[in-house]
Design a protein around this ligand. Structure first.
Ligand SMILES: Nc1ncnc2c1ncn2[C@@H]1O[C@H](COP(=O)(O)OP(=O)(O)OP(=O)(O)O)[C@@H](O)[C@H]1O
Ligand SMILES: O=P(O)(O)OC[C@H]1O[C@H](OP(=O)(O)OP(=O)(O)O)[C@H](O)[C@@H]1O
Length: 231
């Protein structure tokens, strides 16, 4: 059986992913010209490489059109409902680390925890005539965290496609859910992460689509073993 592995074609995880595969003894050769989005692995005739963006990789894992992908855990959990039923996180790769967090304006001095935020949300309409708004591109993770984990139901998500951290200052939302690594973007925008406001500690992962055809397939086990041996 031919196994398709998707690797990031661009972005911050691209170079680390190809370096890892090289260390794993899986040297990637482009097929066709330099701009080709297909590759092979030297000496591994049963493996094909597809180069896709990080978000596309999580989508294709969900639809099962690829067997493995290297992408961020945040993108997989955001992109797929019941992610653990549909994919397996076969290895955590140690790069592309970032936390998905709930951050509020620094001047909200009395709001340190999700429970405090729940109190604010409950009073918001009475005080301001509207619901608390959250700017994010992480709809699913936000809803799970607020509604299912913390029982906060009174809020409205405002979709943000970029510069999420600017939303509170510009007035387009009250608080945000976004990714942070060094914390400098949050600080520059006078935002603070709640004490229990880390939704997910994400990093790049080797992710396998759960397919029946993988059972007992030696090339599947071989890919996982090779990648793990390079960590
Ligand atoms: N400082 C950071 N900011 C944003 N994402 C980060 C950061 N550090 C690590 N990541 C991770 O990198 C991944 C996104 O990578 P990148 O932004 O390079 O993708 P992309 O090429 O823009 O993909 P797409 O176009 O599909 O969104 C996510 O899994 C995210 O968690
Ligand atoms: O905690 P920090 O180290 O400040 O990193 C977090 C910021 O980095 C990313 O943006 P980036 O400027 O990389 O652009 P992007 O949103 O296009 O990825 C991300 O969207 C955050 O805004």
């Amino acid at each position: 059986m031919t196994i398709t592995i998707a690797l990031p074609s661009k972005g911050r995880m691209k170079d680390d992913a190809s370096a890892l595969f090289e260390r794993a003894g899986m040297r990637i050769i482009a097929v066709g010209n330099d701009r080709s989005y297909r590759g092979r692995v030297e000496g591994w005739d049963d493996v094909e490489i597809a180069f896709l963006s990080a978000t596309e990789i999580s989508r294709e894992l969900g639809s099962g059109t690829i067997d493995f992908g290297v992408t961020g855990e945040d993108l997989v959990r955001e992109g797929l409902a019941e992610a653990d039923k549909r994919v397996e996180f076969s290895a955590r790769l140690g790069f592309g680390r970032a936390d998905v967090v709930v951050a509020v304006p620094e001047i909200w001095l009395d709001v340190d925890t999700m429970a405090d935020l729940g109190d604010v949300a409950a009073d918001f309409r009475a005080r301001h005539g509207r619901r608390l708004t959250i700017a994010t591109k992480y709809w699913r993770l936000t809803q799970q965290f607020f509604s299912s984990q913390h029982g906060i139901q009174l809020y409205r998500i405002v979709e943000s496609l970029g510069a999420t951290e600017g939303a509170p200052a510009s007035g387009s939302a009250d608080i945000i859910v976004d990714i942070t690594s060094t914390g400098s973007t949050l600080r520059a925008n006078h935002l603070r992460v709640l004490n229990d406001g880390v939704i997910l500690r994400s990093q790049a992962c080797l992710v396998r689509a759960r397919k029946e055809s993988h059972a007992g397939e030696p090339s599947v086990a071989r890919v996982i073993e090779a990648v793990r041996s390079a960590l």
